[in-house]
Design a protein around this ligand. Sequence first.
Ligand code: PHE
Length: 342
Amino acid sequence: MRDQIRSIEEDAIREIGACGGGKDIVESLRIKYLGRKGVITELFKKMGSVSAEEKRDIGGLINSLKEKVSTALNEKMALAAHSAEESGRIDVTLPGVPGRIGRIHPVTKTINEISALFISLGFRIVEGPEMETEHYNFETLNIPLEHPSRDAFDTFYLSFEKKILLRSHTSPVQTRFMEKNKPPFAIIVPGRVFRPDATDASHSFMFHQVEGLVVGENITFADLKGTLTTFARQMFGKDARMRFRPSFFPFTEPSAEVDISCIVCHGKTADKRCSMCGGKGWLEIMGAGMVNPKVFEAVGYDPVKVTGFAFGMGVERIAILKYGINDIRLFFENDVRFLRQF
Ligand code: PHE
């Protein structure tokens, strides 16, 4: 019996000592030795066959064996628990897993660029509501009832009775601003506009404009030309040239369509195969003109004292020209393969 106890002790201590596993393995060793049917538990059961004089000694030996084994097991268990904790610990000195970084949308990027440019010329940024009234979208801008843009096919009406609609241009912010402010001032108005156009490569029911308005004493068409030429050179390069074609807008007089020289062929060769201008040599980028006196009257300004110029450009159009994009729909599809390129 004594030999058996000694050899069990040797085996147990060796086995426990060699165990390098986790909590589960230590626990299975505890069951093996100290469990209800464990090796040491079985030794106690054999006490019945030990002679009376030996009982005390043998009992003491088994007890001390049990003590040693459970101490060894406890130590192993503590170690296993510690290393489990260790492996779950975060090493803050390791480089982090980089998150996916988003990008500025090309339309926002273009608006930011245009804004920065006009801010450097002394303009400030003003915004207005996308849900507009007929009054500001049309009436204060001298757009008569019979004008085609007022037709339900050309404007998204939210309510005919209440005369509210999604603004079809950023120009209503002109009169909204003038009603509350006195000249002189120079503002630009970036924002979303809506028109019920059938969507194709060059049309979208929603797009962005940047409106410009400068009002003061002695503001002339030359100021308009100078400002827009500076804009074009900074936006499209110092060789960019401008052309003003006579046009018509109810809220400007005189009015012009503004073209820049083609950014691909530069209008020099007037190459019929030019993919950008098709040989015209010019690209239309905005509408502009001198503020119509009727608009000044609508906001309570004296048109004899003040003059001003206004312009409105399509942001997507500018981005399309600047980045050589061939389809306006790409801006709104949220395809990251497209968006990642900017
Ligand atoms: N609002 C006009 C449009 O959307 C553009 C414009 C703005 C023209 C300001 C002249 C002056 O087409």
